[in-house]
Design a protein around this ligand. Structure first.
Ligand SMILES: [Zn+2]
Length: 166
């Protein structure tokens, strides 16, 4: 399908920014993510999403904010970014690795704390030792956090293959 004028202009600005800005700054503002957002917004508008249509203007403004590069404009930039990401995840099932981690870690922690309490209670009771209970909890916590992060990474890989990671 023919790309819109907005798409051509926006990708053009992104290419220019990539050349003009130091590599570190490009990474810092996550310019690659903006690029992927632009791709998705373009196709979502084609299927009639009104909110994505509105976010076209915001994305233009965001690129302006990058160019300005002062503290205030960068603050607005991240706020705009998170609004757009919220919409993309809730309506279009598009996610970032960060939000998959934010989603799975609390679940993993829940499981881990549950396991830790159970383990701690069993061993603590056998040995009549509160310290063992506490250790059970600490291990459960660490285990839960790693579990959450691991699941998030696996899910991100699966979503990536379906082009659902931005
Ligand atoms: Zn949309």
């Amino acid at each position: 399908m023919e790309k819109s004028e907005w798409y051509k202009e926006t990708t053009d600005v992104i290419q220019k920014l990539r050349i003009e800005m130091p590599y570190k700054a490009v990474k810092k503002v996550k310019l690659e993510r903006i690029e992927r957002i632009v791709e998705h917004v373009e196709s979502n508008v084609a299927i009639g999403c009104v909110e994505c249509e509105q976010s076209k203007k915001i994305i233009k403004k965001m690129l302006g904010s990058i160019r300005e590069g002062n503290q205030e404009s960068i603050k607005t930039y991240w706020k705009d970014m998170s609004n757009i990401l919220n919409h993309l995840s809730s309506v279009h099932q598009l996610y970032t690795l960060e939000d998959r981690i934010a989603f799975w870690v609390p679940i993993g922690m829940g499981i881990g704390i549950g396991t830790g309490i159970a383990l701690g209670a069993v061993f603590g009771r056998i040995h009549e030792n509160m310290t063992l209970m506490a250790i059970g909890l600490v291990i459960g916590n660490a285990f839960g956090m790693s579990l959450g992060v691991a699941v998030a990474f696996v899910q991100t890989e699966v979503l990536k293959s379906k082009n659902q990671i931005i």
